[in-house]
Ligand binder design. Structure first.
Ligand SMILES: Cc1cc2nc3c(=O)[nH]c(=O)nc-3n(C[C@H](O)[C@H](O)[C@H](O)COP(=O)(O)OP(=O)(O)OC[C@H]3O[C@@H](n4cnc5c(N)ncnc54)[C@H](O)[C@@H]3O)c2cc1C
Length: 404
């Protein structure tokens, strides 16, 4: 067996198309299919071939993100006048799924551009939107969404980063951690508190430029997976934020977070499905190299089980993304179900793909163990899966109360 099973772009496209399931694809529009096809072609030629090397070198996936952005895929959820294409959440989910299936780390940097731009679309003034969104969509500037702090992540209301009013705006002091693309962010959407005693009622969002005086960036952390995406600390030392860079209203940041996570949890769920497909596809490629075109029953049984679970995940992802298209006020529990189930699927599919291959599953060159390392963190970020279960549990109790 080849210790390194890599597919050329033509083979990659054939393998990925063979994994498309009519049961999930039946509900896609022609436009959504075209978006997926365009993404898959870029992934096949520019992203998947580099993913193993990026994992080893930890190099930032600049070329891959640029290729996606220059093809117009960075602005799927944004209006045309801001450089977007006004596409559906389903089209966006398909795109992140495709990129994650080729290189999960590239998908993390790619989706973070959207996560930074989306709060500005939600709450920004016309001037803020015009000034910051087009550059994030085109990939001309990198962005970060800065919420997590050393003492606050799951519990956003205990943020310590403090914004103090000044005659010209605000002065920002504090620290953020685990911030994707933080080391190279030109635009930072930063959540701070204007009064530490008021919890979530004081959470306020600001647009901070990475080059401003008082902003400094830590070195990227060494991580278990997603090596090519950088994750860093950000420090704000008495940063002058002009009044016009307040995002939305004072004390309304919590509301922005809650509305923005609807989109970012679609991203994480799509990564889960993409990683499950990657695990399946890479295991299938390795089995072909081991056995030729006739794989033993034991392995095909395990693959059949996996294929069914991936189809379930895809159906759930697409159904919730469609629900968000129809009604942006989908409940946190519905979003949570999708995020938790799809990211658990990504991790569990990777564990199973490694098992199916026995000792070969442990070989770095096959890329299956990488799926496992990359998938783990999707269960942690964008609200850990325990937090998703908490949200689902709250809704269960509310429903129970109404029943009794
Ligand atoms: C690679 C990577 C990229 C990231 N990118 C970003 C980014 O771009 N921007 C950003 O702001 N953050 C980012 N994060 C941070 C991430 O979103 C948080 O780490 C995550 O939300 C968990 O929050 P926490 O760190 O406060 O963990 P904690 O809340 O301290 O969680 C520790 C453990 O306790 C559990 N737990 C916590 N509260 C409860 C509860 N009430 N009930 C049951 N269990 C609970 C958690 O599920 C977890 O298992 C990133 C993290 C990583 C690893």
């Amino acid at each position: 067996m080849n210790a390194s099973t890599r597919l050329d772009p033509e083979q990659y496209l054939r393998f990925q198309s063979a994994l498309d399931e009519p049961a999930a694809d039946g509900a896609l529009t022609d436009r959504e299919r075209r978006v997926r096809r365009a993404t898959r072609e870029i992934v096949a030629s520019e992203i998947a071939p580099k993913s193993a090397d990026l994992d080893i070198t930890h190099a930032f996936p600049h070329e891959g993100v640029q290729a996606l952005s220059k093809a117009g895929l960075g602005g799927l959820l944004f209006p045309v006048d801001l450089g977007g294409s006004g596409d559906s959440n389903v089209a966006y989910a398909l795109t992140v799924e495709e990129v994650a299936a080729g290189c999960a780390a590239t998908s993390l940097v790619f989706m973070t551009q959207m996560h930074t731009a989306y709060p500005i679309l939600l709450a920004g003034s016309a001037e803020q939107r015009r000034r910051y969104i087009p550059g994030l969509l085109s990939g001309d500037v990198y962005g970060s969404l800065a919420i997590t702090e050393p003492e606050a992540g799951s519990d956003v209301s205990s943020l310590r980063t403090l914004a103090t009013a000044t005659p010209s705006g605000w002065e920002l002091t504090g620290q953020k951690t685990f911030i994707t693309t933080g080391d190279r962010a030109g635009v930072i959407v930063c959540f701070a508190t204007i009064d530490r005693s008021r919890g979530r009622d004081a959470v306020t969002a600001f647009i901070v430029e990475g080059s401003w005086r008082g902003v400094s960036k830590g070195r990227p952390f060494d991580k278990m997976g997603m090596h090519a995406s950088s994750t860093a600390e950000l420090f704000f030392d008495r940063v002058d934020v002009p009044r016009e860079n307040l995002l939305g209203e004072e004390g309304r940041g919590w509301d922005i977070v809650m509305r923005a996570v609807v989109k970012s949890r679609i991203s994480a769920a799509a990564q889960g499905v993409g990683l499950a497909r990657a695990a399946y596809g890479r295991a299938l490629t390795a089995l072909r190299d081991l056995y030729g075109s006739r794989i033993p029953d034991e392995e095909t049984f395990a693959l059949a089980d996996l294929r069914g679970r991936i189809l379930q995940g895809r159906l759930l992802l697409h159904a919730v993304a469609r629900q968000v298209d129809d009604d942006p006020n989908v409940t946190p529990a519905h979003i949570g179900l999708m995020k938790q189930q799809c990211t658990d699927l990504g991790f569990q599919a990777a564990v199973e793909a490694v098992r199916i291959l026995g000792p070969h599953g442990d070989l770095v060159g096959l890329g299956v163990e990488r799926c496992l390392r990359d998938a783990k963190v999707t269960q942690i970020y964008d609200g850990t899966n325990e937090i998703q279960r908490l949200l689902i549990g709250r809704e269960t109790n509310r429903a129970l109360k109404e029943l009794t």
